[in-house]
Design a binder for this molecule. Structure first.
Ligand code: EPS
Length: 388
């Protein structure tokens, strides 16, 4: 059986961006409207530049389904680029500090950063969103939900109410163009982005992803490669322009003693049917992961995005042909793309959860996955004294 996995292909101004998804069991009804809605959300958010006025991202499912139901074969997702001009686009001899331009040009032995930036571009994240949104259909079958939103843009930080349900987070997030659940902070974020534009500068920020409904035991403590916390860190940390990832209390754990970090355990028979199987926690500072495995509590992952590296005012750089000083000049870019990045973070996390889910509850068909899931929960609930 093929492990759930995906690859992406495509350049920013190439013909299309693509995702090839393998290992999704047969029998899952896919939701093309949902994928398209998420693609549109990724294109939006306050602070996006002129390119997003050109593109109208829409997925074409080229293989792997029959009448919108998966048949177990590889699924190809294609999103066409309207701004397709890679062969005519001018050479870029001056690397933008912060972009992949210089490191990539040195790696691939070229003085034309164009050949690097085309693939390094965040345009590729459209494919990651499509793949993640596709596997949401599997997660939904098992009551697993994922939501992401913006918690910071520059100096503006959202005030969050931890007690909300995922639907409530989503509703608040969808109420503004900053994709932030705190409406006052959203207004301030938009003002900060407007000011950055006036100053010909850019802004970064922080996004938070929450997962609810996943059973305990996804991931593993037996091999470092299988630890789900590490895998989520790679998934989020590999998003273009991300510079840090934390889970739960994350870096804040260093400031506290153990008694103020670890989530004490109780048991409540009435909550036996919840994802945590009745083992309740007084807090969730672990962010739903202990020993590289889900513990039944909500997963909370945060990632930090640096400011966009293409600045209206430019930055000092060097011409790779002449080796003389040359300011990195501006063509067209976003001022802030933290809102869009939150959509990407949501879907790369969703994909990683789906992958870990199918590792534990493998099957060629959805029915087999369901049997495996049900029988595991049955066994887990029978553990210990007092079980039936
Ligand atoms: C990007 C530069 C801009 C962004 C792009 C990422 O594109 P362009 O150079 O064509 O104006 O709009 O993001 C996307 C195209 C997208 O779909 O998110 C870059 O250099 O990384």
């Amino acid at each position: 059986m093929t492990r759930l996995d995906y690859r992406t292909a495509g350049e920013s101004h190439g013909r299309a961006v693509l995702a090839l998804v393998e290992g999704l069991p047969a029998g899952i009804r896919i939701d093309v409207d949902f994928i398209n809605a998420e693609l549109r959300r990724r294109q939006g958010g306050y602070g996006r530049g002129g390119r997003m006025k050109i593109e109208h991202d829409e997925v074409h499912v080229l293989s792997g389904t029959r009448r919108d139901v998966t048949i177990g074969s590889p699924i190809t997702l294609q999103i066409d680029n309207k701004d397709y001009r890679i062969d005519d686009a001018p050479a870029v001899p001056h690397p933008r500090p912060g972009h992949a331009d210089l490191a990539g040009s040195l790696k691939w032995l070229t003085t034309d950063c164009r050949t690097i930036l085309e693939r390094a571009s965040a345009r590729e994240t459209a494919a990651r969103v499509a793949a993640g949104a596709l596997v949401r259909s599997l997660l939904q079958e098992f009551g697993i939900d994922v939501v992401a939103y913006v918690t910071r843009v520059g100096c503006v930080e959202a005030k969050l109410n931890d007690a909300l349900t995922l639907d409530e987070w989503r509703k608040l997030r969808d109420g503004n163009e900053a994709y932030c659940p705190d409406s006052q902070a959203a207004t301030d974020m938009i003002a900060a982005i407007k000011q950055a534009k006036i100053d010909k500068d850019t802004l970064g920020g922080i996004v938070e992803v929450r997962v609810h409904g996943q059973p305990p035991g996804l991931g593993s403590c037996m091999r470092w490669q299988d630890k789900l916390d590490g895998r989520l860190m790679q998934a989020v940390g590999s998003i273009q322009a991300f510079k840090g990832v934390e889970i739960g209390l994350g870096f804040g754990s260093a400031l506290r003693r153990g008694s103020e970090v670890h989530d004490e355990i109780d048991y409540d028979e009435n909550q036996r049917n919840k994802p945590s199987l009745g083992y309740t926690r007084r807090s969730n500072r672990a962010g739903g992961l202990e020993g590289g495995m889900t513990n039944g509590e909500d997963i909370v992952v945060r990632g930090v995005m640096k400011p966009i590296s293409t600045l209206l005012r430019g930055l000092d750089s060097v011409n790779l042909e002449t080796k003389l000083a040359q300011r990195s000049d501006y063509e067209r870019s976003d001022i802030a793309a933290v809102a869009a990045a939150s959509v990407v973070a949501e879907h790369v996390v969703a994909f990683e959860i789906a992958r870990a889910f199918l590792e534990k509850f493998a099957g060629d068909t959805l029915e087999e996955v369901r049997c495996s899931y049900d029988s595991y929960l049955d066994l887990a609930r029978k553990l210990g004294v007092g079980a039936d």
